[in-house]
Design a binder for this molecule. Structure first.
Ligand code: FAD
Length: 316
């Protein structure tokens, strides 16, 4: 028999209780439903899966929802489970589940993908974090440089990765610059890293950490916990694994993708087919394709994009 409890009117009554796995005693009115199949941990019981990125960075998967899934299934099953609420039971076999997931992704029925979440621990340079934080749908908790001293870790590209400014794309650069200029730039980075010892000295002399950090360059590393649902992770990955994204954030996005694709393989296969490796045709492009006429636009960039798409389609 359970302990005596008081109801709202202050009358005493007796209730049955159970003890949760956390050791908390709760009223026994929770209907517990056992899993139909034995459960397995999607991370195989590991505390974290980590991929090193650059010299000091990493992307580490530290948790997933669902964490436990029935034997013989993948975490993709959480998408199917949610979708069945709207489409009804009926698709039970793995190949039918695959078809449903591919249909959902193709037709942008996105909320079932929000039923899966991943939590990451990431270390990256501040200039990468600046781009990353623009993705507003994640929950983020960052290392506090007001509270703690910033560790001595800086991003330095390899000589080959010091890119020349592109003349066609103002945001990027793909080609390496000549070795002499690259080395000059790496020397500049080294000089900026030398500010670190002065930062440390001045914090030791009592300058507050919150203002002292203003002297550090954006190549210094920060860390955060980043939790996001699968729908928004795929949106993040489609933008940041894209060739238009800066190579440094692409390295992190690719590491993130490698961490999740073994857990949600059916979704990732559909993501590659319908998003990552897909292309969108504009109304003007469809018209040009249909009529065989030039694109009805005088915009140079739009025409260049159409040429690139035609080349990809083997139409040149
Ligand atoms: C190659 C590249 C170049 C870029 N260049 C620049 C640049 O020069 N300058 C710059 O400032 N940014 C730049 N960005 C950042 C870009 O503009 C977006 O801020 C970033 O990619 C986040 O995209 P998002 O808003 O779709 O993502 P999220 O913030 O993750 O949002 C996901 C989706 O949720 C919805 N959403 C979220 N919040 C809101 C809201 N408040 N109101 C309405 N809808 C919302 C939108 O549909 C959005 O697409 C660049 C990004 C890329 C990939």
């Amino acid at each position: 028999m359970g302990p005596v409890t008081c109801d709202h009117a202050g009358m005493s009554s007796e209730t049955e209780t159970v003890t949760t796995p956390a050791g908390v005693v709760v009223p026994d009115r929770i209907r517990r439903v056992a899993s139909e199949a034995p459960l397995r941990d999607v991370m195989g019981g590991d505390a974290r899966w980590e991929i090193p990125v650059h010299d000091h960075g990493f992307v580490a998967l530290v948790d997933a929802m669902p964490r436990l899934i029935p034997e013989g299934q993948t975490a993709d099953s959480a998408i199917v489970q949610a979708a069945r609420v709207s489409y009804g039971a009926g698709t039970k076999k793995v190949n039918e589940d695959r078809g449903l997931i591919r249909y959902l992704l193709r037709h942008r029925h996105t909320t079932p993908f929000e039923m899966i979440e991943f939590k990451f621990h990431i270390a990256m340079p501040i200039f990468v974090a600046r781009q990353w934080i623009r993705h507003r749908t994640a929950n983020v908790n960052e290392y506090s440089a007001r509270y703690s001293i910033v560790p001595d870790r800086f991003y330095r590209p390899s000589v080959e990765n010091v890119r020349q400014q592109s003349t066609t794309n103002r945001q990027g650069g793909d080609e390496s610059i000549d070795v002499g200029t690259a080395e000059e730039f790496l020397k500049l980075l080294e000089d900026s890293e030398a500010l670190y010892s002065r930062y440390l000295d001045l914090t030791e002399k009592g300058v507050a950490r919150e203002i002292a950090r203003a002297a550090l360059p954006v190549s210094v590393f920060t860390e955060w916990y980043w939790k996001c649902d699968l729908h928004n992770i795929l949106h993040f990955l489609s933008l940041r694994m894209d060739s238009h994204a800066q190579i440094e954030i692409r390295d992190y996005a690719t590491a993130m993708y490698d961490l999740i694709r073994g857990i949600v393989p059916i979704t990732c296969e559909a993501f590659e087919d319908y998003r990552l490796n897909a292309m969108q045709l504009t109304g003007l492009e469809i018209e040009a394709l249909r009529t065989g006429k030039p694109l009805a636009s005088e915009n140079r960039r739009e025409n260049a994009e159409w040429e690139a798409k035609k080349a990809r389609l083997g139409l040149e």
